[in-house]
Write a protein that binds this ligand. Structure first.
Ligand code: NAD
Ligand code: USQ
Length: 382
């Protein structure tokens, strides 16, 4: 297949591009480098040193199974994006290219507007381009489990059947997103659903949970291919942060009570889910939704697991209940369906001690680069 991966320089996009390339697909990676710019502006960094976009693309050329090309394009630049889509003519367009941090979106009004403009306009541009240039191309869009929030009933995969006043319908599942960032994903979902209905496009919205892990088989091939590892208060996410904190001798930062339960997925499974979605495309006019995670954990339970594995490694971790910077439920019901990717053949890499040990060891290997001053949360919701 010809697969264009937007956000191909990022944490999820880069390993996905390499994995699909190794499988023999013709791949184009598209990115405008904005994430690297945000890191500089916020004085944060990837714990693992990462090559420039140009260097890592060049480093992969010798390993690629099919063609491997790059576009330095902003999703919000309609003409440049239209040119890339016409030029590459993808069968599938995988869209990772968004501002993806909830805390970033809550810094202030400017960051909220930047997040929603970047994400919603980029996706809307793409929908018009698909309509006009590539109506048969399958859009595979990264959404988020956070779109649903934490309702007191089971979460379904995109849709729920409701009986009301004696009538029944299957409708989009209610959305209660917990940040301006998560809201941008809800807006995207609505726009994509409309485009499928009105313009007969085909799309899969992948409501992904929190991703953990760092490297994949492909990013380990040489150091120039290394994937990024975020641990700061803005872009770092729960499990990876706890592992870096344990390696640094910093308290494990459980926000509030820690009963916040989320869906989690290993980066090795993220890349396989994209492959499964691409190989099994949505039908023309179909807007399908898959919940892309493999297991549910509360953040306190994750911290306990990291604490135990870190002790086995001779470290001396402690769990700290930090005042919660977010407005969110800290104890709640959580049970979300996630069968559709399993039905397509996903074989999950489940979390265990050895996976956690691997993430802590990856952090220990870069211990000298860990900056404890960027760990504690300062961005608050209220
Ligand atoms: P990332 O920040 O590492 O990568 C995103 C990439 O997109 C960056 O390289 C950035 O430069 C690029 N980008 C952003 N805006 C762009 C634009 N306008 N034009 C071109 N390129 C642009 O993020 P990630 O962790 O790889 O996340 C990728 C996607 O997956 C996001 O949409 C995110 O919402 C979703 N997701 C991530 C996680 C997670 O835990 N990391 C979980 C669920 C969903
Ligand atoms: N949390 C802690 N301690 C920390 C960091 C986070 O207790 O040090 C808690 C948060 O309060 C929250 C939960 O862990 O309750 C998850 O937070 P997170 O920062 O790990 O993840 P989140 O903000 O939800 O965002 C991440 C990605 C985002 C993606 C989302 C998937 O950054 O791109 O959309 O995970 S989901 O959570 O399913 O919406």
């Amino acid at each position: 297949m010809r697969i264009l991966i937007a956000g191909g320089d990022g944490f999820c996009g880069w390993p996905t591009a390499l994995y699909l390339s190794k499988k023999g697909h013709d791949i184009a990676v598209l990115d405008n480098g904005i994430r690297r710019q945000w890191d500089e502006e916020l004085h944060i960094h990837s714990l693992t040193p990462i090559a420039t976009f140009e260097e890592r693309v060049a480093a992969w050329q010798g390993h690629a199974g099919g063609t491997f090309t790059a576009y330095n394009v902003d999703m919000c630049d309609y003409d440049a994006l239209a040119h890339a889509v016409s030029d590459f003519a993808p069968d599938a367009f995988v869209h990772f290219a968004e501002q993806r941090s909830a805390p970033f979106s809550m810094i202030d009004r400017e960051h909220a507007v930047l997040t929603q403009t970047n994400n919603v306009v980029g996706t809307l541009n793409l929908l018009y381009i698909l309509k006009e240039v590539a109506p048969d191309c399958h859009l595979i869009k990264l959404g988020t489990m956070g779109e649903y929030g934490t309702p007191n009933i089971d979460i379904e995969e995109g849709y729920i059947t409701i009986s009301h006043n004696g009538r029944e319908d299957t409708l989009p599942y209610p959305k209660q997103p917990p940040s301006i960032y998560h809201l941008s994903k809800v807006h995207d979902s609505h726009n994509i659903m409309f485009a499928c209905r009105a313009w007969n496009l085909r799309a899969t919205d992948l409501n992904q949970g929190v991703v953990y892990g760092v490297q994949t088989d492909e990013t380990k091939v040489e150091t120039a291919l290394s994937n990024r590892m975020d641990y700061d208060q803005i872009f770092g996410t729960a499990l990876n942060r706890f592992c870096v904190e344990a390696a640094a001798g910093h308290p494990l930062t459980v926000y509030g009570a820690g009963g916040q339960t989320r869906g989690f997925i290993h980066i090795e499974d993220t890349v396989r889910c994209i492959e499964l979605a691409a190989l099994n495309p949505a039908k023309r006019g179909e807007f399908r939704v898959f919940n892309q995670f493999t297991e549910e954990f509360s953040v306190f339970d994750l911290a306990k697991m990291v604490e135990r594995v870190a002790r086995d490694l001779g470290l001396n971790p402690e769990i700290q209940h930090v005042q919660n910077p977010r407005v969110e439920l800290e104890q709640h019901y959580y049970h979300a369906a996630h069968t559709r990717l399993l039905e397509l053949g996903l074989k999950p890499h489940l979390l265990n001690d050895s996976v956690i040990r691997g993430i802590i060891e990856a952090a220990l290997a870069e211990k000298a680069r860990i900056r404890t001053d960027i760990i504690m949360p300062t961005v608050t919701w209220s």
